[in-house]
Design a protein around this ligand. Structure first.
Ligand code: SF4
Length: 327
């Protein structure tokens, strides 16, 4: 899968605190890349930094974000404005509350089209608005409805319709369905993924709910303390997560299939940026921590077709090698 977006060694600072450490990730054409982690893990910060939406005092001291060969971090504001919505669209957390309450849904979609497609006639814009609403499963007569006349799920679908209005290549979804009940969540995400198959865009899907990612992503990157600690195909993470934090996350959400099991949760809290633990930032919470874990940070290394940052991988390798080498 050729990448449409490549994040290379990206770091993000808030003043003297480092919120994202040297992250490299790529997004393939038509792929859904899930970013998982508890709040404060750096997943949204990473996505906002990569699309230059980071609010001050956040800043990017190093890294590159390549989109069609151009580094987004080096573009002017004008070049960026041209790119946003048309090539890269974002559905924010709680976006359904971002609709203007005193303007009809149709007029709000019309605004987006008028601003970015000035050559379209009024009739073409109305037709496109109707098309977009039916794409996301809303009856077209709802074009004249005001946001308060729609359910939360419908409002979020309208936001998705607006994100797709200009046929972007990449859609970034930041906790897009967190405020909705689980049934509506799955309906909306399922529909989004079907649209992805027909329209061909790529998705970066950010959520703390790893069970949604397992269901709807092709590949998952799990973040902890501002670093990617495991990255693998979604099915592989579900089958056998290698990093103890990934295993903890999986044990914190109900399984989609198989027998019922007790939810375990992860003891303790995510680390505070102001006082990050030494070594592996997960070591105070890790059930498998070794002595080295509190002293040195493991790097993200390739392991069996995935990438993992954990000292246990070295131990596993040693355990596998020892019996063979001793005959
Ligand atoms: Fe646990 Fe150590 Fe692996 Fe960190 S490096 S996840 S503390 S075993």
């Amino acid at each position: 899968m050729s990448p449409v977006l490549e994040i290379r060694s990206l770091s993000v600072d808030y003043g003297s605190l480092r919120a994202v450490h040297d992250v490299s990730l790529s997004l393939g054409a038509g792929e859904v890349l899930g970013l998982a982690g508890e709040s404060g893990s750096g997943k949204s910060t990473l996505a906002y930094a990569a699309t230059r939406l980071l609010q001050p005092p956040g800043r990017v001291p190093s890294g590159e974000v390549l989109f069609k060969g151009r580094d987004l971090l080096a573009l002017s504001e004008r070049q960026l404005r041209e790119l946003r919505w048309t090539e890269i669209a974002i559905v924010f957390q709680g976006a359904m509350n971002a609709l203007n309450p005193v303007i009809s849904v149709g007029a709000q979609i019309d605004d987006v089209l008028r601003a970015h497609r000035p050559a379209m006639t009024r009739a073409e814009r109305v037709a496109r608005g109707r098309e977009l609403l039916s794409l996301v499963g809303i009856p077209v007569d709802r074009l004249s409805s005001y946001p308060h006349q729609l359910s939360g799920g419908m409002r979020q679908r309208v936001m998705i319709a607006m994100a797709l209005a200009l046929e972007p290549e990449i859609v970034i979804m930041d906790e897009p369905t967190t405020a909705l009940d689980v049934v509506v969540q799955r309906q909306i995400l399922g529909q989004m993924m079907r649209l992805r198959e027909t329209l061909g865009f790529s998705v970066v899907f950010i959520t703390h709910d790893i069970s949604l990612l397992v269901e709807f992503s092709d590949r998952i990157a799990i973040m902890y303390g501002g670093r990617v600690v495991e990255e693998a195909p979604a099915a592989e993470i579900y089958r056998a997560a290698k990093h103890p934090y990934s295993q903890g996350l999986l044990g914190s959400f109900p399984a989609l299939r198989g027998p019922r099991r007790e939810l375990r949760g992860i003891p303790g809290s995510p680390p505070d940026l102001r006082s990050m633990p030494s070594g592996c930032p997960f070591h105070p919470r890790c059930p498998s921590a070794l002595e080295v874990c509190g002293e040195r940070m493991p790097s993200l290394e390739p392991v069996d077709g995935r990438r993992v940052a954990c000292w246990l991988e070295g131990v596993r390798e040693a355990v596998q090698i020892t019996p063979e080498s001793t005959g």
